[in-house]
Ligand binder design. Sequence first.
Ligand code: GLN
Length: 477
Amino acid sequence: MKDLINTNASQLAEEIRTNKIKKEEVFSFFKSRIKKFDPVLKSFVESYDQPVKGEGESSLSGLPIAIKDNICIKEKKVTCSSKILVNHIAVYNAEVIKRLKNAGLNIIGTTNMDEFAFGSSTENSCYGPTKNPWDITRVVGGSSGGSAAAVAARLVPFALGSDTGGSIRQPACLCGVVGFKPTYGRVSRFGLVAFGSSLDQIGPITTDFVDCANLLNIICGHDDKDSTSAFIDVPDFTKALNGNVKGLRIGIPKEYFSQGLNQEVKNAVEEAKKIFEEKGAEIIEISLPHTEYAVATYYIIASSEASSNLQRFDGVRYGVRAKGESLEDLYTNSRGQGFGDEAKRRIFLGTYSLSSGYYDAYYLKALKARTLIRKDFDQAFKKVDVILTPTSPTTAFKIGEKASDPLSMYLSDIYTISTNLAGLPAVSFPCGFSSEKLPIGVQLIGKEFDEFTLVKLGSAFQSCTDFHKEIPKINYE
Ligand code: GLN
């Protein structure tokens, strides 16, 4: 059998097109890896014996893809890794699923996540945590941790995740793969179970920028079924591959390199900066002065929207229904038994911030802070084309290490959440390894709808580095 592990998805698709390999063989190859390794990693919630087949043609047709467990696939379970939805079957396809199928991709299964995408470690899943393929005593990041781990361990060529405050980028960073969050409005949210409706975006998790560009080509674009979907043309992202980055201005925000940033992470990000400089990009120091308010602002807005979005899970319309003497008991028992601790914490926090007595002091104030954070970026983008930062302040932490301290967990997203508040595109990609051989990632943030420049810079970086080619040594066989 050919070396399918060291071949990216786009090359694999080429081999299928030219009849060097059959798509059925590719499917059973990845399926057998899932069978072999996933009992330990637990990156999948469900992996199908028969793929959900696509029909059309594209540069990726014939390939299997994994989908985060909060994106609806018709007639398949969509559980958001929550007890309250464990038996819920989707009645329609999300727009992204429709597009993948029309592009001839085959869905191989659904991946583990923090319950309703609340978290940064995938420990909040009702199925238990996913383990990091680089060190199984460590977390994978979250909330799209299952997707990131499955791609890193090559249990699947690529996957989709969703990102509300970093949930594609942070797990991609901790697992050593590429995670791309498009501009708000670029990818349809139709059929994505809502967490924070003004923040959520679906995006690709891949091993490199070639696959990332090809997948973006398929999933991006206007959709009438999502009223926040943008009427903006989608470029061919593969045209950005291996482009010239000479003269591009890269901003380095000083606020992102201060205390709390692990030294090894800092060094690797500095090295990445040098590589761009060598390629002719110009490095410019900038300031995003309201960064210190981002975590607080995000957790008020995201929890407010989550508390409202989760109201629909009442035990009547979806999922698990608990017993109750009265209607109120039925609601209380279904929600009480169905939601995990973190979901309850967000509902409390959000309901409180939105309550009439505290609305002005919390929710309204957070909206004002959000505007200031967005204006910081507007100012910065007058001087630079993209912004370079670390993705996560640390490498993958130990499973259980932060589970009992929600505040320290919330700080894992310190570098990723501002971009969701501002609606901007951003990507994390591998830029090094720690002394313990754990992946380190760097983040590029772009102007609104300028995913193209991010792909250009990312692929230029990967054309002269090999970090993305490293595969975790699977010693748990
Ligand atoms: N970790 C952040 C949170 O817990 C972001 C999650 C996400 O992007 N879905 O809210």
